[in-house]
Design a binder for this molecule. Structure first.
Ligand SMILES: NC(=O)c1ccc[n+]([C@@H]2O[C@H](COP(=O)([O-])OP(=O)(O)OC[C@H]3O[C@@H](n4cnc5c(N)ncnc54)[C@H](OP(=O)(O)O)[C@@H]3O)[C@@H](O)[C@H]2O)c1
Length: 285
């Protein structure tokens, strides 16, 4: 299969999607290229319209364009509409559809790499930004039993807890510290970090949103932060004896879901994960 693929963002140099998507295309012997495009906000409309050309299979979309691309598409699927964000565009004979694979990629990474089925479980989500919204939507669809949203800005946590309640899930909002956080963490089967705490070049690079004494050894701790690969939270989780899942897995699975939409073929996930891990390790060295 020939074709053009890529990712748009602003800036885009940090993205490792070109590395692992190209590795997948090459592994399957496809004559296709996946390139990074830095697109300024005022160039989004023209760029998206250009995707209707023959030979373009589609693109990924990252910050800050996930919402901005939506009015320029012919159709937006239900996941992307609920998330209010598109991360994948597919071109079929000039007809552009928008999708969001963040939630499905998150669930697939939990199941396939974390050996965790969220159905009926108690989950604590740390953070209430874009990633937390996608994760919360996915968890509500999976009918988790209980969802705690803990965030520095309480009002944003409350909005996500409301979303959970509308989906029939018991949702509770709280700040990021205090005794209620201790109780919520102690009873969680899964803890997902969706804050930028612990992220390289982020606001609190060395920090961890939870310390080891708050993490139950029976929990799975999934840090969505993937740079660095081993985050301060994952070190705390390991010290507590909990199971750990790094953010690189969700990153690769959301990409794998996009790949499958564009090509109709099963994504070579192992190849993608190896390429992504190598690229990220080289960047943090
Ligand atoms: N693995 C993946 O595939 C994947 C996918 C998406 C995102 N991510 C990662 O997830 C993280 C969040 O991304 P996002 O797009 O959701 O970002 P975002 O929309 O900017 O949200 C940032 C979140 O972090 C919190 N936060 C920021 N600085 C903080 C601090 N100093 N102390 C406490 N809380 C703080 C914010 O709290 P307030 O509401 O109080 O500001 C908010 O909840 C990033 O590290 C990103 O790389 C990973």
């Amino acid at each position: 299969m020939d074709g053009k693929l890529g990712i748009i963002g602003y800036p885009i140099a940090h993205s490792i999607s070109p590395v692992f998507q190209q590795a997948a295309l090459d592994h399957l012997g496809m004559q296709a290229s996946y390139l990074a495009h830095q697109v300024a906000p005022e160039e989004v409309a023209e760029f998206v319209n250009g995707l209707r050309s023959p030979g373009v299979l589609g693109i990924n979309v990252t910050v800050p364009h996930k919402e901005a691309v939506m009015p320029h598409l012919d159709e937006v699927d239900e996941w992307a509409s609920s998330a209010g964000a598109v991360n994948t565009i597919v071109n079929r004979d000039g007809y552009l559809t928008g999708h969001n694979t963040d939630g499905s990629g998150f669930l697939r990474s939990l199941r396939e790499e974390g050996d965790f089925d969220p159905d009926g479980r108690r989950v604590m989500v740390l953070g209430a930004g874009g990633a937390a919204r996608g994760v919360a939507l996915a968890l509500v669809r999976q009918q988790v039993r209980h969802l705690t949203i803990a965030n520095r800005t309480l009002e944003r946590a409350e909005r996500l807890a409301e979303l959970a309640k509308r989906g029939g899930v018991e949702g509770v909002a709280m700040g990021l510290s205090g005794s209620e956080v201790r109780d919520a963490a102690a009873s969680a089967d899964l803890i997902v970090n969706c804050t930028t705490i612990g992220m390289s070049h982020g606001p609190d690079e060395q920090g961890s949103p939870l310390s080891h004494e708050l993490i139950p050894p029976t929990a799975l701790v999934n840090d969505l932060v993937y740079n660095p690969l081993e985050t301060p939270l994952l070190r705390e989780a390991a010290a507590a004896g909990a199971s750990c899942l790094g953010g690189i897995h969700m990153l690769v699975y959301q990409g794998a879901d996009s790949f499958e939409m564009w090509t109709g073929l099963p994504a070579p996930v192992e190849v993608m994960l190896e390429a992504a891990t190598k690229a990220m390790a080289a960047r943090s060295a």
